[in-house]
Design a protein around this ligand. Structure first.
Ligand code: NDP
Length: 344
């Protein structure tokens, strides 16, 4: 891919993988970060192979009024920047405003550049469902339940994605919009910081879950998410939204995988609280958790999760890694950064 590409939120977990792959493909990249001089957040990018000649980091904050207009002389934009935290003090200020304003700022800036031919937005399965109910989720589904008080991170993602599609309809710009909707993204990280999705694995191995509860997740490997963004840029016929996740997997299976890969000595939960009584107890206990985590537990525990990933497999040719591989690789990486004990 020889295009020039703007990647927002360049220092992030997903964006770092995208940039590494784009550099390997010889693309020229402009990456936005809040502070290019913050070496702690940018060193891993600037030391990537090819970065010296092909990567420029520039400053952009989603809360500024026009953060991106100076950087849109590019062919493709990948807008990944958005706050990814479950618990915040002020959901409107800390989650919704940067997510929505950042997305609209990016699209508005893109519309001013004749060169941009496609914008790829990193949305989320959080924009597809707030409370899975066993129905087969597809790209046609929308989360209509989240609010500032109920799964506010989910709310920020659904509002940002809706704002993007509304913009496309209203402004009819010269570029098209492709949206990637990943589930919980895990896998090797370029930095020591613990992504919100990895916190689940860290908590599980470090004994913060006193019991196995009836939670089911849809994981996706960060390397596959990066491939999906790049395929969305390269494949002319790509269109619309893409559910981006491999398979569902429940907590007891994740514990089994951790045990089988050398973490049997760690503080993995042993007791099972997976029946209806356990689920009722978990919901009660959720009120003792930080607000975002508590809300997540109440809307997800005891809920069957099903989704259809055939569109992304067929149209973007994504051949997902198995959850076993991604969980193993994520755990090995978390141990490397000393977030969990070393495997034995
Ligand atoms: P990270 O937290 O690693 O990355 C988020 C990026 O957004 C960071 O680079 C962060 O910059 C940037 N950002 C946040 N707030 C602002 C702001 N006000 N101004 C400028 N930049 C900002 O998370 P991920 O890589 O996991 O997430 C990337 C995208 O993927 C997000 O849109 C997220 O919602 C989405 N996503 C993630 C999933 C996951 O499981 N990881 C699942 C589904 C979707 P800084 O480093 O300065 O904080």
């Amino acid at each position: 891919m020889a295009d020039k590409i703007l990647v927002s939120g360049a220092s992030g977990f997903i964006a770092s993988h995208i940039i590494e792959k784009l550099l390997a493909a010889g693309s020229e990249i402009v990456g936005t970060v809040r502070d290019p001089a913050n070496y702690e957040k940018t060193a891993h990018l600037m030391t990537m192979k090819g970065a010296e000649t092909h990567l420029t980091l520039v400053a952009a904050d989603l809360n500024d009024s026009d953060p991106f207009s100076d950087y849109v002389d590019v062919d493709i934009i990948m807008h990944t920047a958005s706050p990814y935290v479950l618990t915040v003090k002020n959901a409107q200020r800390d989650l919704v405003a940067p997510a929505v304003n950042g997305t609209l700022s990016m699209l508005t800036a893109a519309a001013k550049s004749k060169r941009v031919r496609r914008v790829i937005l990193t949305s989320s399965m959080a924009a597809v469902t707030d409370e899975p109910d066993g129905r087969l989720l597809t790209e046609a589904d929308w989360n209509n339940e989240s609010s500032l008080t109920r799964n506010p991170y989910f709310y920020s993602k659904v509002l940002a994605e809706r704002a993007a599609w509304d913009f496309m309809k209203r402004e009819n710009p010269h570029f098209d919009l492709i949206v990637i909707n990943p589930f919980l993204v895990i896998g090797p990280a370029h930095t020591a910081s613990i992504n919100t999705s990895h916190q689940i694995l860290v908590d599980l191995v470090n004994g913060n879950f006193p019991a196995i509860i009836d939670l089911t997740w849809g994981f996706v490997d960060v390397r596959d998410v990066a491939d999906a963004h790049i395929a969305a840029a390269n494949i002319q016929a790509a269109s619309g939204r893409y559910v981006c996740a491999t398979a569902t997997i429940d907590m007891s299976k994740v514990v089994d995988i951790a045990r089988a890969n050398g973490w049997g000595h760690a503080k993995l939960p042993k007791m099972s609280l997976t029946g209806p009584l356990g689920t009722a107890l978990t919901k009660l206990a959720s009120y003792t958790q930080p607000s975002g985590a508590g809300s997540y537990l109440r809307t997800h525990v005891g809920r069957a999760l099903r989704f259809d990933n055939s569109k992304i497999r067929n149209e973007l040719a994504i051949n997902f890694r198995s959850p076993e591989t991604s969980i193993r690789d994520a755990l090995v990486d978390l141990a490397k950064w000393n977030h969990i004990p070393q495997p034995r």
